[in-house]
Design a protein around this ligand. Sequence first.
Ligand code: ATP
Length: 317
Amino acid sequence: MTRTSAGPGRIAGDGSVAAHAPAKVNVHLAVGPLRADGFHELTTVYLAVSLLDTVTVRPGEGLSLTVAGEGAADGAVPTDARNLVWRAALLLAAHAGVPADAAMHVDKTIPAAAGLAGGSADAAAALVALDALWGTRATRGDLSELAAELGSDVPFSLHGGVALGTGRGELLSPVLARRRTDWVLGIAGEGLSTPTVYRELDRLREEGRVPAESAAGTPDAVLTALRSGPADALAAELANDLQAPAVGLRPELRRGLRAVTDAGALAGLVSGSGPTVAGLVADEDAAAQVAATLSGDGVFRAVRAVHGPVPGARLVG
Ligand code: ATP
């Protein structure tokens, strides 16, 4: 059984423990029918990328939470029980039978409501950090189960790398695809609500404006390209059923998608429910060039060059 506990070496002199977790891009996202529980059946290929949030926890009385960093602009991130970090703390404490006592801080680099699973990353990092702080000796399997209760993307934020997600995205099969891919993320000024984007997809399907079945189809070709193909083979296979509704709600996303390919990306796609645009580029040099061009033309609020796959939530240090 794999234990995740840090051991005393990972607890800093001031009693704090820090963990970080990555953002994700869905290189394939096929949305199936709406289920009776209100979720859609998904088939997705997640890729963890090198944009990380850090959660630091230290001994405290009861729970407290502060949030800072460029991803936390405009007060979009709650600092109370609505925050996934807070919910992760309550869930882990109940699971382990320990008091929920911790002072928690999130340093957000991943923008909120951007389709990059920033909240899920924070929840996964919180599980790992608090497990170490409290010495709960939870197994990785225990943490995965708690993660699935917190949200569809949280198990992947814990897992990292590349994985095939089914169910509502929480049922993971690892994918052996260690080949590096480079991306440029174009981050918009204002976030998009994930449930709103799913509702828009349902509406477009009902009105026959997009195919009733998934247009993205099966992930086989994308998995093959991720394992062995050159970046342009992967570029040809990127697919996201949420792109049409995200563009429907935010028509300026069309300009963003065009801007990334005009700047030299091999392909652009909306990340998850958007509004971040992910441009796949040939290599690290191309990422730097495309990012510099996009930073100059003002289409996005921020531009980041990232790569994947990177590991999931883990202790820092
Ligand atoms: P996904 O790609 O998983 O659908 P997202 O990346 O678009 O999600 P998140 O950044 O995870 O979106 O956050 C969506 C909403 O969740 C935010 O608008 C915010 O109100 C709430 N939220 C709760 N906890 C957090 C957190 N730790 N960081 C960011 N948002 C959070």
